[in-house]
Write a protein of this length. Structure first.
Length: 330
């Protein structure tokens, strides 16, 4: 009888431990999310010059994507710690040739970006201020290394990852993928005679082709960042088939980038992610946090067959490892 009693008690104890472990695992799984926070020009809106997104891995690694003009420099209180800065290409609205003086300056359709960041760029200023690494592909790393050095930062913080390779910074794996766009460096980012020669000729310096990114987070979430690309075959074969992106950040702005109809085709028929965040709409897409009828953003949302999340500035969204939004999505 004592033996039977001992075994029965053990079974109950083991069962209790098992249940506790399952509950604990479930809580941890629920907490294992990637947080995405848009840093736009106007609180709670998706506005004309919004590009910047901050991704935070469950491990704490924080990545700023395309700071552009809507981050108020390294002292912007919304930034927090930044470990990595990604720059898809050298156009001023992505690398940041100027910036907002503060949030909510100007209007949503025409934000005030009156603070010049030339010749360094907003991205370089933030990297130096935060001690962050800049990860780029193509021929951009040498350019950023020189900029970091000139700004008093560490040129070794400019890291290269080309298409087909992978780099891990903190706990996040990242690579660049092809993008079809332009990538000239404006003479305004340069100094000396070369800047004058290029300006007089009406051309920019070349730092190779632009890029997109694929990020793999520790909860298993794979995210595609499109940059300003048009439609490419690699979106299906590389981003969708090889990397299996579950969440896409897709530009929809038309004329300068992929239009909403073309972007919907990329999402529906090429990448086929579980969800998409609209990006680079080049419009005041929302009013009081709601998408305005007739906008490119509204058109894109109507055509896409997966959940479309609108990046309202300052409002964080969380995503599990399958690309499902668990909190904060509109």
């Amino acid at each position: 009888m004592p033996t039977r009693s001992f075994r029965s008690g053990s079974r109950i104890g083991i069962a209790a431990v098992f249940v506790t472990a399952v509950v604990s695992f479930s809580v941890l799984a629920d907490e294992s999310v990637v947080t995405v926070t848009p840093l736009g020009s106007h609180d709670g809106e998706f506005c004309g010059r919004d590009r910047a997104l901050v991704f935070e891995d469950p491990s704490g690694t924080r990545i700023l994507y395309d700071a552009g003009r809507t981050v108020a420099g390294p002292d912007d209180p919304r930034l927090g710690d930044i470990d990595v800065i990604l720059v898809s290409h050298m156009h001023g609205d992505h690398v940041g040739d100027s910036r907002i003086p503060k949030v909510n300056a100007g209007t949503c359709g025409s934000p005030e970006t009156s603070v010049s960041t030339l010749p360094q760029s907003n991205s370089v200023d933030i990297a130096v201020g935060k001690g962050a690494k800049i990860v780029t592909g193509s021929e951009m790393p040498a350019f950023f290394a020189a900029k970091l050095k000139a700004a008093g930062g560490d040129p070794a913080n400019s890291l290269l990852v080309r298409f087909g390779a992978e780099i891990q910074v903190g706990e996040v794996a990242m690579t660049t993928v092809p993008a079809v766009h332009s990538n000239g460096v404006s003479p305004s980012f340069l100094t000396g005679p070369l800047a004058e020669y290029l300006k007089a000729a009406g051309v920019g310096a070349s730092v190779g082709p632009p890029t997109g990114y694929v990020l793999t987070f520790t909860n298993g979430l794979v995210v595609y960042l499109s940059g300003d690309t048009g439609i490419t075959a690699e979106q299906e074969r590389v981003v969708g088939d090889h990397y299996g992106a579950e969440l896409a950040v897709m530009n929809i702005g038309d004329t300068f980038t992929t239009g909403p109809k073309e972007a919907a085709y990329v999402i529906n028929d090429l990448i086929k992610p579980k969800a998409v965040i609209a990006s680079h709409a080049n419009e005041a897409a929302t009013a009081n946090g709601k998408v305005i009828d007739g906008t490119r953003t509204a058109q894109f949302a109507e055509m896409v067959r997966v959940p479309v999340h609108v990046p309202l500035s300052g409002q964080s969204m969380t995503f599990d490892g399958n690309g499902r939004c668990t909190q904060g999505c509109e």
